[in-house]
Design a protein around this ligand. Structure first.
Ligand SMILES: Nc1ncnc2c1ncn2[C@@H]1O[C@H](COP(=O)(O)OP(=O)(O)O)[C@@H](O)[C@H]1O
Ligand SMILES: [Mg+2]
Ligand SMILES: [Zn+2]
Length: 341
């Protein structure tokens, strides 16, 4: 361990204040035990550094980097193509329509969809001369977004970046943008659980995950892995959404269960996570995506449109009530039997 200038080992609290969670001593018996559980924390009050046992204290060591943003949401799945970006954009648009000030961060650097879903040809990312911060592109006066696709001159160009560069870009999108006083910042994630996700969770410790899945086992399996990732990273979760949940046949009105139905709700029950709603498959969702105009702005009563609007209402109600599940704490299991969890 690094010695302080006075030759004394820095205390755990000093290290935490320096942004380093945990006691940082690889030789510490308690923390070595904790590291062994795969979640990097000492779970027991009997340990010499009990703060580590308490996620809320650990989190308190980091203050939010976006104090002017009331609610931060992280749309995740595990798998690509399940509707994360569609959920992010439609929920954002519905919230904006209801009068909230909303920002969207497109953290999917390799497959940025947000700009296209918001017909971004009109959207331009600028730079604030005085602060040097980026000014997000505007879709509506109270709905702004930042996306790689709105920054690249050649929109067809692939972004070929390794981890550190990607993390730096995601951080810049979050901290280096003039989001101002906002009600919601919604971060649309790439599939999987990689550098971008870790960066977001570390940079915005009070962010709440909205997990998106299709009812198909292939997607549910990835969501289980994503939940394991959240648990390991100490993330909080607002709830789970089942997208592509059945399809009303446009010809006869029959219920077609293309990707099955109900798997998301069962998974939410299994993990004790709030179930936020079902979005059916709807050709109107595909059309609106290609037009770059979120369904929820149209004020119609199509199946997906109503479901997205209901989802936004559910998200808003839960955020205001502050009813997120502290997922990490729920699944904290104590190796030493002292923390009572
Ligand atoms: N409820 C839905 N009904 C019909 N098509 C949908 C629905 N949700 C998403 N899609 C379509 O599925 C594709 C993948 O959605 P997208 O939001 O880009 O997923 P992800 O961000 O998870 O990769 C897009 O073509 C989108 O328009
Ligand atoms: Mg996407
Ligand atoms: Zn039919």
């Amino acid at each position: 361990m690094k010695q302080g200038s006075d030759g004394v080992k820095p205390r755990a609290a000093d290290e935490r204040a320096a942004g380093k969670p945990g006691c940082g001593a690889s030789s510490c018996a308690a923390c070595a035990t904790a590291a062994g559980d795969g979640f990097g924390r000492a779970p027991c009050a009997a340990a010499p550094h009990p703060e580590q046992c308490r996620p809320e204290l650990r989190r308190a060591a980091f203050s939010s980097p976006l104090p002017a943003v009331k609610h931060k949401l992280f749309v995740m799945s595990g798998k690509g193509g399940v509707g994360k970006s569609s959920v992010a954009v439609n929920v954002a648009a519905a919230l904006a329509l209801a009068g909230h000030k909303v920002g969207i961060v497109d953290a999917d650097l390799h497959g940025p969809s947000v700009a296209g879903l918001l017909c971004s040809r009109a959207g331009v990312v600028g730079v604030d001369e005085t602060s040097g911060k980026l000014l997000p592109a505007e879709f509506m006066p109270n709905l702004h977004f930042i996306s790689m696709a709105a920054m690249l001159r050649d929109r067809d160009k692939a972004v070929i970046w390794r981890g550190p560069k990607k993390s730096a870009a995601v951080l810049r999108f979050i901290k280096g943008v003039e989001w101002g006083a906002s009600d919601y910042l919604i971060i649309d994630s790439p599939p999987g659980t990689g550098d971008e996700h870790l960066t977001v969770l570390k940079a915005v410790p009070d962010i709440l995950a909205v997990m998106v899945t299709t009812p198909q086992e292939l997607s549910l399996a990835d969501v289980r892995r994503a939940l394991g990732f959240l648990k390991a990273a100490g993330g909080k979760i607002l709830g789970l959404v089942e997208n592509m949940s059945g399809l009303n046949c446009p010809h006869c009105g029959g219920d077609i269960r293309l990707f099955k139905k109900g798997g998301g709700r069962l998974l939410a029950e299994e993990y004790g996570i709030p179930f936020l709603g079902e979005i059916p498959l709807d050709p109107a969702a595909v059309l609106s995506a290609d037009l770059g105009r979120p369904l929820t702005l149209d004020g119609g009563d199509g199946a997906a449109e109503r479901a997205f609007a209901a989802l936004a209402g559910e998200v808003d109600a839960r955020c205001r009530a502050g009813v997120a599940v502290d997922f990490a704490a729920r699944f904290l299991h104590c190796a030493n039997g002292g923390c009572g969890v």
